[in-house]
Design a binder for this molecule. Structure first.
Ligand SMILES: Cc1ncc(COP(=O)(O)O)c(C=O)c1O
Length: 427
């Protein structure tokens, strides 16, 4: 069933300010239920985790609900869900944990399509461990990964392949499963950056072939934090530095210090909000297929009785895909109508609704300012896609337009009008 965009938009208090937001790939607007869950957690009785008082049990429940929600969202067991301050922090942490198992002469493989958060932590860990870094290059013709270069980069010494599931600037969706299968054939682990991907696709970590997968709830309507998913068996083999009295269980051993319970509650509310985006829950069933991969903890969230949260997420993300695809077509048609003055660099056949563009002879920062003066938020920059910009020699800054669930046709028309009037202004 189609997403009711009018009803959806009414749940976002910030939209009442009249802006058309195209900066979702940098961070989405927040729906009221997410903010309310944060406030409710902070204003209710709350102590450190425990089982004795109501306030302790509230903290305990908040953590359990968070793990259950991200188990449903990502298709992993709840005990494979790790909270972190950000995807960057989690990747830095896990680069250090994994590097403890590397030996001098080992190799890792990184991709030029990645955000620097899935590049620099690994390079720095590799340098410390005496490990060589190999690269999967970008094919400029497709704006996707060059799989021949991947074959050349792999070797029996490869210990890790780190790759994005979706580029945060071009939107390109590399064939992660294929990349993961080849990595596993040579005995390497696969770390997938799903920060941009998780905002647009239903994630199934085992189906992607990822050993470790990171995402950031603030890219899909939640609060600012990061989540890592991995199999509990793999997590159990890793030994982070830790305090003596802190829990050594998985996943707690990877979470340092007291958890931000209110943030976890907001992150859970974001998953429930996503799951409720498609109102078509009634016709569902709750069979094994709907429940998702083995070990998945069933929904703790509200919703239609008998339909698992995983299944509701599946439907919502399918509807979201249809909504975003229609708006992307409207945007691309409108950009084409602006003529040669606009070059869109996003061109992979499989991609998210994120468009990176340059405007002939014009500074993207001026375009950003011109749009902002008209209430249209579309940022200019290189968005930490350091390797992508260098490999493709993209102009920095470029303008990035990303669609989010709350965007509508009127937003797109405002963007196109704004760009059109910018192009008509004197240079
Ligand atoms: C693809 C991608 N990876 C990683 C990150 C870093 O995420 P975080 O801010 O949670 O560290 C971002 C942030 O923009 C991103 O877009």
């Amino acid at each position: 069933m189609a997403i009711d965009v009018v009803a959806l938009r009414s749940r976002f208090p910030s939209l009442a300010h009249g802006f058309a937001f195209f900066d979702g790939p940098g961070g989405t607007q927040t729906p009221a239920p997410v903010a309310e869950a944060i406030a409710r957690t902070m204003t209710g009785p709350l102590s450190n985790r425990g089982t004795v008082s109501v306030s302790e049990r509230n903290a305990e429940r908040t953590v359990a609900e968070f793990r259950a929600a991200y188990a449903d969202l990502l298709g992993v067991p709840a005990s494979g869900v790790v909270h972190g301050r950000s995807a960057t922090q989690l990747t830095y942490d896990f680069s250090r944990h994994l590097a403890k198992t590397w030996r001098a002469g080992d190799e890792i493989v990184l991709s030029r399509l990645d955000h620097d958060a899935n590049v620099r932590p690994w390079i720095q860990a590799a340098q410390r461990a005496g490990v060589a870094v190999r690269w999967i290059e970008i094919d400029p013709a497709t704006a996707g990964l060059d799989l021949d270069s991947y074959e050349r980069a792999l070797s029996p010494r490869t210990r890790l392949v780190a790759v994005t599931a979706a580029s945060n600037v071009l939107g390109s969706l590399p064939p992660v499963r294929l990349i993961a299968d080849r990595a596993h054939e040579v005995g390497a682990l696969v770390h997938v950056d799903g920060v941009h991907y998780a905002a647009h696709r239903l994630v199934d970590v085992p189906a992607l072939g990822a050993d470790l997968f990171v995402c950031s709830p603030y890219k899909f309507l939640g609060p600012h934090c990061g989540v890592l998913a991995g199999s509990p068996d793999l997590l159990g083999t890793l030994a982070p530095d830790k305090l003596v009295p802190s829990a050594d269980t998985v996943p707690e051993r990877f979470e340092f210090g007291t958890l931000p319970y209110e943030v976890l509650a907001g992150a859970t509310a974001a998953v429930d909000f996503l799951a409720a985006m498609d109102p078509d829950g009634e016709e569902g069933h709750d069979g094994a297929d709907a429940a998702g991969p083995a070990g998945l903890r069933e929904s703790a969230g509200q919703g239609v009785p008998g339909v698992s949260r995983r299944e509701r997420l599946r439907r919502s993300l399918r509807s979201l895909h249809a909504h975003e695809t229609a708006l992307r077509a409207r945007t691309e048609d409108g950009l084409r109508a602006l003529g040669d003055a606009v070059t869109v660099h996003s061109k992979a056949p499989e991609r998210t609704p994120t468009l990176l563009m340059t405007l002939e002879g014009r500074d993207a920062r001026e375009a950003q300012a011109h749009l902002a003066a008209r209430g249209v938020v579309a940022p200019a920059g290189s968005f930490y896609a350091h390797e992508v910009f260098a490999a493709l020699k993209l102009p920095d800054p470029s303008l990035r337009v990303g669609l989010a669930p709350y965007n509508d046709a009127e937003d797109v028309d405002r963007l196109l009008d704004g760009l059109s009037s910018f192009l008509r202004t004197a240079v």
